[in-house]
Design a protein around this ligand. Structure first.
Ligand SMILES: C[S@@+](CC[C@H](N)C(=O)[O-])C[C@H]1O[C@@H](n2cnc3c(N)ncnc32)[C@H](O)[C@@H]1O
Length: 242
C-alpha cells in the first residue's frame, strides 16, 4: 500500500478538518476565480470550501482512500464537487480546463524529475491565463521532525518557466495537527501565459492599460458576484504547455 493511502487509514498531521487558512485568505482576497481544480485534494476540505463559495470544483488525488472520504463528505454536505482518483502528473487525461488550480501540500512531495512534468501537466488542465497557487514547506521549516522536502524560492522559479510566470511568492504557514511542526511555507502564485497577442498601444492618452487577468476576473458579472463566485475572464486560444 502506498504511503498516502496508509496515512489516510489514520489521521495524518495535515488533516485539520478545515481548509488551510492561507487558501481561505486567497479566496477572500478574490484571487481564486472561476472553475477550480484542487490537485492532491486529500479528503477534500479545500475543494468543499471553494464549492461552498460558489465555484464549480473538481478535486483529484491518486490515493483512492482520500477520494472515497472526500466523496462521502460531499454527499453529507450536499456540495456538488467532482472527486476523481487521478495522477497530478497526467492532468491532461481529465479532458477538462480550469481557471484556477490549487495545490495545498502536493508540490513539496515531488522528486526533482517530477517537478517540470507537474508544471506541464497543470498547464494542460488550465485555460490560457489561468492561475496556479502552490503552498509548500519552505527551507525555513526545521527538518528535525522529518516531513516532506523543503522547497526554496529559486526552486519554484526554476520549475515554473515560460509559458508560466511567477506573479508573487510570499511567506505563509501550514496549520497542522502537530504543535511541534512550525509549518513555515511559501505560497506561490503562478500564471500561465494567455497565448494572445498584446493589444496595440492606444492612441488615446486618457485610455488605461488593458487589465491584467486578475483584474479582469474581478470585473465579473453581477450574477456571478451575487453567487459569491468570481467569474474568470473569457479566453480564446490555448497556450503551449511547458
Ligand atoms: C500532504 S497531502 C495534502 C492533502 C490536501 N491537499 C490537504 O491539504 O489536506 C498531499 C496529497 O497529495 C496526494 N498526492 C501525492 N502525489 C500525488 C500525485 N502524483 N498525484 C495525485 N495526488 C498525489 C497525496 O495522496 C495526498 O493526498
Amino acid at each position: 500500500m502506498h504511503f498516502f493511502d496508509r496515512a489516510y487509514l489514520g489521521a495524518p498531521p495535515w488533516e485539520i478538518g478545515h481548509p488551510q487558512p492561507a487558501f481561505v485568505r486567497l479566496e477572500e482576497a478574490g484571487e481564486i476565480v472561476g472553475r477550480v481544480l484542487d490537485v492532491g485534494c486529500g479528503t477534500g476540505e479545500l475543494a468543499l470550501y471553494l464549492a461552498g463559495k460558489g465555484h464549480p470544483v473538481w478535486g483529484v488525488d491518486f490515493a483512492p482512500t482520500a477520494i472515497e472520504r472526500a466523496s462521502s463528505k460531499a454527499r453529507a454536505r450536499s456540495l456538488p464537487v467532482t472527486f476523481r482518483t487521478a495522477s497530478a502528473l497526467e492532468l491532461g487525461a481529465l479532458g477538462e480546463r480550469f481557471d484556477t488550480v490549487t495545490d495545498c501540500g502536493l508540490f513539496h512531495t515531488f522528486l526533482d524529475p517530477h517537478r517540470s512534468r507537474y508544471a506541464g501537466s497543470v498547464a494542460r488542465a488550465l485555460v490560457p491565463g489561468g492561475r496556479l497557487f502552490v503552498l509548500c514547506f519552505s527551507e525555513h521549516e526545521p527538518t528535525d521532525w522529518g516531513g516532506p522536502r523543503r522547497v526554496t524560492q529559486p526552486e519554484i522559479r526554476a520549475t515554473f518557466r515560460p509559458p508560466w510566470s511567477v506573479r508573487w511568492i510570499r511567506e505563509e504557514r501550514f496549520e497542522t495537527r502537530d504543535p511541534s511542526i512550525g509549518g513555515r511555507a511559501w505560497l506561490a502564485a503562478l500564471e500561465l501565459a494567455d497565448g494572445r497577442r498584446a493589444p496595440p498601444p492606444s492612441t488615446n492618452p486618457r485610455a488605461g492599460r488593458s487589465l491584467p487577468a486578475h483584474r479582469r476576473a474581478r470585473a465579473a458579472s453581477p450574477t456571478s458576484r451575487a453567487r459569491g463566485c468570481r467569474r474568470a475572464p473569457t479566453r480564446t486560444r490555448a497556450a503551449t504547455p511547458a
